[in-house]
Design a protein around this ligand. Sequence first.
Ligand SMILES: [Zn+2]
Length: 288
Amino acid sequence: MLVSAKEMLEKAKAGHYAVGQFNINNLEWTKAILLTAQELNSPVILGVSEGAGKYMTGYKTVVGMVNGMMEELKITVPVALHLDHGSYEGCLACVEAGFSSIMFDGSHYPIDENVAKTTELVKIAKAHGMSLEAEVGSIGGEEDGVIGKGECADPQECKSIADLGVTMLAAGIGNIHGKYPDNWEGLSFETLDAIQQLTGEMPLVLHGGTGIPEDMIKKAISLGVAKINVNTECQLAFADATRKYIEAGKDLEGKGFDPRKLLAPGFEAIKATVKEKMELFGSVGKAN
Ligand SMILES: [Zn+2]
């Protein structure tokens, strides 16, 4: 059964590790992430962007697939199904469809409007036993066509959003989505520290986990980050493994064209990436 991300993230924050959010795109992604979490006895969050939700034909399909798969694969570790960077309307649709967690990305609104909409969603999420992630300070890079600059959030604004009763808070600390450019200045630990000082127990979320050096990830966890989002890295690993299979001409040998064979190397590559991240984040063995 899907669970809210609240308990797993509070435990992570208290235990100084982070739970990975891995975004899903289809059956292979979902199966790879669920199986890896179960094998490593780790809690996990499945992220679904609005674009990926549409691609999978809608949120109800996603809920049906994930619930069915958890039952058939006998997944017993805590799993949250989470809307990533949701609009207000997208959040309502996911509540209706049976998600267990939502993110409202109101970072592009003026702070007053972000507060007003987040306040509404706090009530709705609480009534449904769901976790709610809010965002302050837009996170750079491009995600589903939304381009941000990688700004640093204002710690006071973070506090005002945290005080509304959200479950976890994403704050821009110089992180960006997608691949990091060569001239990237790194994470702003000064900003992160200031945010944690003001928000206390609130689990903080680090978006754009692909390509952040390991020492920075560990330092971020030590400063209160309890959820780290990984998306691009699984995509790169899947594409690379699939490219190698095709370039080696394996799809032309025997029944190598069978999708269950063709997609297998990419599937294994996602599993390896998820495992590496769970080990780095420290969530292995933390399911109970
Ligand atoms: Zn993000």
